[in-house]
Design a protein around this ligand. Structure first.
Ligand code: GLN
Length: 490
């Protein structure tokens, strides 16, 4: 029997249904692996071993009785710790929510349960999903499985690291300005940020509601298709979720890519990109040409304003969303006797970290009387222009090929005192969220230090199928995915 750890989610499921393996064996295998490896990675905040074994026993019992099981039966999955899980701590890697146990499941969690996926635990993130390294977690940073002295990226760094280290074949994350794609790129896995509205956000603890979207981590695009099909679709509890029908992504993914037209935005291959990253993007473009796709030069002229626009809108929404964590409605309460103003202020001062406070202050400033028009309103107008850039470009091409991050993964601690440089590194990812478009990041080679380099494809709203198809074709035609992190004990 091949090592269960190395099987794709689809293969694990097929083996289970064929009776080659039990759900219990699969789950025990992954729990053992987490126990052996995660001390070095720190991908998980919480491991739900007992509940996972119970779920596995339930699936095995149903299979024994000849009952049908869901499309992800027996497949273990890790969830970013900003997705609400009933009875399981949901911390956002923040002290203020350290002891928060939600009384309900996020819609995606409900859907995964119905599909019979097995929840392994909750993964580490930058506090409240604000960051790019997982170092702003209030608990501990996570490490990059390819090189433990590097960051896995962020904010969904724990989810990306878990999949890269084979601690789980699937994971969910959230992407507000790149938080799925950038860690996927840094960890050499596939990360899909769906169209805004494709996946219900009910039960996702909000950072910036007009930008947040839940998406997938997997080893390959085929597993991404499988997982997206389970979590996508309308949800009456999220008014921004779309009624658009959910395609059969797994079938769509097998279709031809010859004749598809891919745009290469000149503004994304300009100043500031590392040579190894640029080379990987250009090599990916060549690979697509080899597959019969046409690659053309395009322009997204407002690219240079994306980061500033994202950090005004994102922080403005964050300042309002995070107002609920005041020690009374939600969250850790400061000890001692004091009046209510002091209680708010002490609870928030003690419970929130520096990056979160910085963003609340920036956002409060951008929304304040006298500055609203100059910053927030202006940013909304620029957002419109950025969206129009994509609409114009995507009228002529099927999708856009671009880098994900300007460099490979940073060293731990390298960027900790330099938030502005980290913000600027969101240049290639944040515009997609401003425009609400789908994008998929996948490994396209290695660069400095043998570290993975991801590229991304961005597409028209609700055209995840085309992105999955192109990412799948790339994997079939190249062997970058054969390089894997080496986690054997030294
Ligand atoms: N790196 C970006 C930031 O720091 C993205 C965060 C996200 O997508 N949640 O805000």
């Amino acid at each position: 029997m091949p090592d269960l750890i190395e099987l794709s989610a689809g293969d694990l499921h097929r083996k289970l249904v064929a009776g080659d393996v039990t759900a219990r064996q699969i789950v025990e295998h992954f729990l053992d692996r987490i126990e052996q490896i995660d001390g070095r990675i720190g991908a998980f905040n919480t491991v739900t071993a007992e509940a996972a074994l119970d779920k596995a026993a339930d699936i095995d019992a149903r299979l024994d009785k000849g009952e049908t099981v869901g499309p992800l039966a027996g497949v273990p999955i890790a969830l970013k710790d900003n997705l609400c899980t009933r009875g399981v701590p949901t911390t956002c890697s923040s002290k203020i929510l350290e002891h928060f146990v939600p009384p309900y499941d996020a819609t995606v969690v409900e859907r995964l349960d119905l599909a019979d996926a097995v929840l392994l635990g909750k993964t580490n993130l930058d506090e409240f999903a604000m960051g790019s390294t997982t170092e702003s977690s209030a608990f501990a940073p996570s490490a990059n499985p390819w090189d433990l002295s590097r960051v896995p990226g962020g904010s969904s760094g724990g989810s990306a690291a878990a999949v890269a280290a084979d601690l789980a074949p699937l994971a969910l994350g959230s992407d507000t300005g790149g938080s799925i794609r950038q860690p996927a790129s840094f960890c050499g896995v596939t990360g899909l940020k769906p169209t805004y509205g494709r996946v219900s956000r009910y039960g996702l603890i909000a950072y910036a509601s007009s930008l947040d979207q839940i998406g997938t981590f997997s080893r390959d695009p085929r597993d991404a298709a499988l997982l997206l099909e389970v979590i996508a679709g309308h949800d009456p509890r999220d008014s921004t979720s779309a009624r658009e029908p959910v395609p059969d992504y797994a079938t769509e993914l097998e279709k031809e890519v010859a004749g598809m037209k891919i745009g290469l935005p000149r503004e994304y291959l300009a100043e500031g990109i590392a040579l190894d990253v640029e080379a990987a993007v250009r090599a990916a473009a060549d690979a697509y040409q080899g597959l019969g796709a046409e690659v053309v030069d395009i322009s997204l002229p407002h690219t240079e304003y994306a980061v500033a626009t994202y950090y005004i809108i994102g922080t403005a929404e964050a300042s309002s969303n995070l107002a609920r964590f005041d020690g009374i409605h939600y969250g850790r309460r400061a000890d001692g006797k004091m009046n209510v103003d002091e209680l708010y202020s002490r609870s928030r001062s003690e419970g929130l970290g520096d990056e979160v406070k910085r963003r609340i202050m920036l956002g409060t400033f951008a929304l304040s009387a006298g500055y609203y028009d100059a910053y927030y309103l202006k940013a909304l107008k620029v957002r419109r222009l950025i969206k129009k850039d994509f609409d114009d470009a995507l009228a002529g091409v099927d999708c856009i090929l671009a880098p994900v991050a300007p460099t490979v993964a940073y060293k731990q601690g390298e960027m900790i005192d330099d938030p502005l440089s980290l913000y600027l590194a969101d240049i290639y990812t944040s515009a997609t969220n401003l425009a609400g478009l789908p994008a998929i990041a996948f490994n396209a080679g290695t660069g400095e230090g043998g570290l993975p380099i991801g590229v991304q494809l961005m597409g028209r709203p609700f055209e995840e199928s085309g992105l999955l198809r192109l990412a799948h074709a790339f994997r079939q035609a190249t062997d970058h995915h054969l390089a894997r992190p080496n986690l054997t004990e030294d």
